[in-house]
Design a protein around this ligand. Structure first.
Ligand SMILES: NC(=O)c1ccc[n+]([C@@H]2O[C@H](COP(=O)([O-])OP(=O)(O)OC[C@H]3O[C@@H](n4cnc5c(N)ncnc54)[C@H](O)[C@@H]3O)[C@@H](O)[C@H]2O)c1
Length: 439
């Protein structure tokens, strides 16, 4: 990550295009919510950019502005939404299908949502086996498809009078894959696009097209589309900020709150069993073992990194960690996640913690998409490019420099995020040492 200290942030003038590939439950909930806030019948609950504050200076100074007052973020009134999907439903129809929002809320924002029509998507069925898209681009090669996406972005900017764009992937989770030769450098990736290399996923074609078009990019799903050397090179070359991956919304969010608490108290862990039921389209896609594998890998990482078994072998060596996702249509978007946590304390006595989280997936994810869009735009205007580790707060599998392990502890992530904002504005970083109050 390259940062500049001080006040050299270009102002957030003009309209900001927010491109959300994948017009499903999450994307339509973001759009509906932003419009509801703009029209004054909802509050942006869950959004750090809209509701959060930031303490500046010493505790005795009583300076705690809202984040929106502290850093120049694009106002919600200036956001223009665009999307691609492999089905032609407009945002109103897609939101109705997703079943996240009540009929009453949907009616209130229908005129706005109905104007958002997805551009045809780039898709190959082997990457998301449960979907059979009909609204799909045809091209002579993957490079041709990338060029079509680039043309879409240019047209969108022209039509909507947009000055800058950012993109957040809200499309389905693709099947698991590891980086191959095609992902190793930008030259190899572009050669791969030309010959339609089969290891280049559709989501990676979007990431390529957005970065080429000057749109910072975040990946909200766990699939390999942004986190490989070719994209790092492209982000550097185009000076674009990038972030990922996989929104940290429900069970993993809870894990990254509870696990730091266990470690802080040096309580041991013998096992953590997580299971959940969900019945939305995301759940249907994850019912395919190859897509589930991508999600599973993403969900498994957090505990290992937080608990550091190599440093605490007596407490965390070989704990059992199991993650299950069950597709269960009756629940729709309203997921229920159960955690059974087997811990032990003084003299090894066992205890258990049970969490039953009745959450709403897209209600948790939507404000994060908004924050990511606004923060990525801020980063770009501040001259920051490459991996934005300070946005780890939002992700299950935070992207980091290749030599670093990811930081998963939610509280360290939040401190990193807020200190980055302080740093950008030339404010003192907060260490919470506090010794000066007792001199
Ligand atoms: N909601 C959450 O809490 C959460 C948390 C973490 C990650 N995610 C991820 O965010 C993504 C979106 O979640 P959702 O609940 O909105 O899912 P969804 O199934 O409702 O929406 C995904 C949309 O992407 C479209 N799509 C698939 N492939 C595409 C392609 N190549 N191009 C364009 N569109 C494409 C689908 O048609 C669908 O409309 C999923 O990958 C999910 O795993 C969601």
């Amino acid at each position: 990550m390259v940062m500049q200290k001080g006040t050299d942030i270009r102002p957030a003038t003009g309209k900001l295009g927010v491109l959300l590939p994948g017009l499903g439950a999450v994307a339509t909930t973001v759009m509906a919510g932003v419009e509801a806030v703009r029209r004054g019948f909802a509050r942006p609950v869950g959004s750090l950019t809209q509701m959060g504050t930031i303490r500046l200076g010493k505790r005795t100074e009583n300076r705690t502005p809202k984040i929106t007052e502290f850093v120049p973020l694009s106002p919600l009134s200036e956001l223009e939404f665009g999307s691609w999907d492999i089905f032609p439903d407009d945002a109103y129809e897609a939101a109705a299908h997703a079943g996240v929002l009540s009929r009453e809320h949907l009616e209130q924002v229908q005129p706005f949502l109905s104007t958002i029509k997805p551009m045809p998507g780039v898709f190959e069925p082997q990457w998301v086996k449960k979907l059979h898209g009909t609204h799909v681009k045809q091209g002579s090669s993957k490079m041709d498809l990338a060029q079509q996406l680039i043309a879409d972005i240019a047209q969108f900017k022209k039509d909507r009078g947009v000055e800058r764009c950012v993109a957040v992937w809200c499309g389905s989770t693709e099947v698991y894959q590891k980086p191959g030769p095609c992902h190793a450098s930008l030259a190899e990736f572009e050669a791969g696009l030309q010959r339609s290399d089969e290891t280049i996923a559709p989501s990676a074609i979007y990431a390529y097209a957005c970065l080429k078009s000057g749109a910072p990019y975040a990946n909200g799903a766990p699939n390999l589309s942004l986190d490989f050397p070719a994209m790092f090179e492209l982000a550097k070359k185009t000076r674009m900020p990038i972030a990922g991956k996989d929104f940290k919304t429900g069970q993993t969010w809870m894990k990254t709150i509870v696990a730091p608490g266990l470690k802080a108290r040096c309580l041991g862990l013998t096992g953590w069993y997580s299971t959940n039921i969900l019945g939305n389209r995301d759940g249907e896609v994850l019912d395919d073992p190859d897509s589930f594998k991508t999600k599973e890998m993403s969900k498994l990482g957090a505990l290992e990194y937080i608990l550091q078994p190599h440093l605490y072998p007596d407490l965390y060596k070989e704990f059992h960690h199991v993650v299950r996702i069950n597709y269960y249509p009756p629940r729709g978007d309203n997921k229920e996640g159960w955690d059974n946590i087997d811990i032990f304390g003084w003299m090894g006595y066992p205890m258990q913690i049970k969490i039953d989280f009745l959450c709403r997936d897209s209600i948790l994810a939507a404000p994060m998409v908004l924050d990511l869009a606004l923060f990525l735009d801020l980063a770009q205007r501040a001259g920051m490019h490459g991996i934005q580790e300070w946005l780890s707060f939002y992700f299950k599998t935070p992207m980091t420099a290749p030599s670093l392990y990811p930081e998963h502890d939610l509280f360290i992530q939040l401190m990193k995020l807020k200190n980055t904002l302080r740093y950008l504005r030339g404010e003192e970083l907060i260490t919470h040492l506090g010794a000066e109050y007792y001199d």
